[in-house]
Design a protein around this ligand. Structure first.
Ligand SMILES: [Zn+2]
Length: 280
């Protein structure tokens, strides 16, 4: 590594790394570009064309929040968040199961405790294409209402990147199988590219879900929310967290218990998934 300080310019010459030959570097970069391109959604495809063009099944993981000893938020009429989010997730699961071009996984399919770490590892192990965490919101203000969609905040994304950079075994290999170059700055840039591309997909996906939910229910806010939830921190898997409604709001608590309303929410989420997949 060579640093040259020239007046106000700082030149960093990454070619000084003797272990990194140009072919190896180009191969790693082109592998990453191919990977990122393969993840992009295609325009104007119908379901059949999608299957033919992708030649692979799109994998979605639904993550009903909480479970088992962790009830999540509890409504005034004793509605448990963990039960509502499981019911809506199972409705969404059964809609997706009818589609041959998507394979759906669940982080839990019954009332059990699953750690956040396990949920994240499972998604990574199954090489999931989209991760959807489902929750209900709860605040002190009993009047707060509406659905929200969260994606990873820029601040948390920087923390994730820094954490990986501090790790001496830092490599995007762990996430997408492409080996690290061994050059700190190139690896850093590759991590940035991967993370930014994933965040852009989460942003597009989140907006489709938000618009779709907005057609059947009130939205808490008309735009996406940004947060640092653990399940949003994948550098390689576009992920969103949906708060279906406020379980702390009596009216919304009642709606969340209504099977007809649950089905409508599940259908709206599925509609959003399709809008995203077919880039509409
Ligand atoms: Zn929750």
């Amino acid at each position: 590594m060579l640093y040259i300080q020239k007046k106000n310019k700082l030149i960093v010459n990454i070619n000084q790394n003797k272990n990194l030959n140009i072919e190896k570097r180009n191969k790693i970069i082109s592998d990453l570009i191919n990977y990122l391109n393969s993840k992009k959604t295609k325009t104007s495809l119908n379901n059949k064309q999608y299957q033919l063009n992708y030649k692979k099944i799109f994998k979605i993981m639904i993550d009903p929040g909480h479970g088992g000893e962790d009830p999540g938020a509890i409504g005034k009429n004793n509605t448990y968040e963990k039960n509502i989010v499981l019911q809506v997730s199972q409705r969404l699961q059964s809609i997706i199961q009818k589609k041959s071009y998507i394979k759906v996984y669940m982080t839990r399919n019954k009332d059990i405790f699953v750690s956040l770490k396990h949920r994240i590892l499972e998604a990574r192990r199954k090489k999931i294409d989209l991760f959807i965490s489902i929750h209900t919101n709860s605040v002190k203000n009993k009047l707060a209402q509406g659905a929200s969609v969260f994606i990873l905040s820029k601040k948390s994304a920087i923390n994730v990147a820094e954490k990986h950079l501090l790790n001496t075994k830092y490599s995007i290999k762990k996430f997408i199988g492409i080996p690290s170059s061994g050059d700190y700055y190139l690896d850093n840039t590759m991590f940035d590219l991967l993370q930014n591309s994933t965040m852009y997909e989460s942003f597009k996906f989140g907006n489709k879900i938000l618009n779709s939910l907005g057609k059947i229910t009130k939205l808490h806010k008309n735009t996406l929310n940004y947060a640092g939830f653990a399940v949003l921190k994948y550098p390689e898997i576009p992920s969103i967290l949906i708060e279906l409604a406020f379980i702390s709001n009596l009216q919304e608590e009642m709606k969340l218990n209504n099977p007809y309303y649950q089905q409508k929410i599940a259908e709206a989420i599925f509609h959003g998934i399709q809008l995203y997949l077919f880039n509409k």
